[in-house]
Write a protein that binds this ligand. Structure first.
Ligand SMILES: Cc1ncc(COP(=O)(O)O)c(C=O)c1O
Length: 291
């Protein structure tokens, strides 16, 4: 049976047995950055891009870029093999290590790789479109993928109470992104995504490249809640979701209430792009599920 595994301190152990010190600065001071990526055929999609974003986060924590691609690939492979996982939601977590001396001083960084089971969203969300809610929140460091989701909690709660799939952050009347996703509006032959206070999504970047290839123009701009509700189509993007259509925001119906024509083209094409890119990764670096 497949088991979720972690690599910590050079050892691969069942995830349930992986531990860090209570003096870890990730725990004591909220100093932790992470990445979540997804495998296709046992190989990662966009590993290099995730590593680059992780390293930008480490700079914000005052740390050096300490990991490399080979370490991540090898770690993923070891964890998946040990856990007999065919696919994985693969996470990398880094903190400055345990408190040493002063308030923020770390020692040896804590690095944890986690190969978790890949559980995908309900297919009905792609067939019928997702419902999302909006909520006002003040955040800092939105561009960094930290483990701090405090501001997002209120949104997650609101979404759960409303039976919605995701909650969108709103500041000064403008939409920024979802609690765990980026947001895209399609108006005519143009896609628009919020221009600031959002995580530079790896999926978003790939979707942008694909949309441009398919002839859908792409622009970053301020996007008010009303603009979003009036769009022809709205999508969420994230590593696990890929591209997901949104058909309701709060009480408003988007377009005609069904996933739109651009989604019908971009959604499946993006899935193929991820799969092909992961296959290229396997060709270049070897391996794959069960090897
Ligand atoms: C706040 C936030 N925005 C956007 C995303 C999507 O990013 P990516 O496409 O790199 O997974 C995530 C992913 O978890 C997120 O937490």
């Amino acid at each position: 049976m497949a088991t979720e595994m972690a690599l910590i301190g050079g050892e691969v152990v069942p995830l349930a047995e992986a531990t860090v010190s209570v003096m870890d600065l990730g725990l004591l001071r909220g100093m932790a950055v992470f990445e979540t990526m997804r495998t296709y055929g046992g190989r990662p999609y966009a590993l290099r891009e995730h590593l680059a974003r992780l390293h930008r986060g480490l700079v914000v924590l005052g740390m050096d870029p300490i990991l490399d691609e080979a370490f991540l690939r090898e770690g993923l492979h070891r964890c998946m093999k040990a856990g007999a996982l065919q696919e994985s939601r693969f996470m990398v977590l880094v903190t400055p290590g345990t408190l040493s001396g002063d308030l923020f001083g770390g020692g040896e960084p804590t690095v944890v790789l986690m190969a978790r089971k890949l559980s995908l969203p309900d297919p009905a969300l792609y067939e019928e479109g997702a419902r999302v809610v909006t909520f006002e929140a003040q955040r800092t460091h939105a561009q960094v993928k930290t483990t701090n989701y405090l501001a997002g909690q209120a949104g997650v709660r609101l979404a759960a109470e409303s039976g919605a799939h995701e909650a969108l952050y709103v500041k000064d009347g403008c939409v920024q992104e979802g609690v765990t996703s980026n947001v895209v509006a399609v108006v005519g032959d143009e896609a628009i995504t919020p221009d600031e206070d959002a995580l530079p999504g790896i999926t978003l970047k790939g979707v942008e490249q694909l949309c441009r290839q398919l002839g859908l123009k792409w622009r970053r701009d301020r996007l008010s809640v009303d603009d979003l509700k009036a769009a022809d189509e709205v999508w969420l993007t994230s590593s696990v979701r890929e591209v997901m259509p949104v058909t309701r925001i709060d009480d408003a119906t988007i377009g005609d209430g069904e996933p739109g024509p651009w989604f019908q083209r971009v959604g499946p094409a993006f899935h193929c792009r991820c799969r092909d890119s992961a296959r290229d990764d396997a060709t270049r670096y070897g391996g794959g599920a069960g090897t």
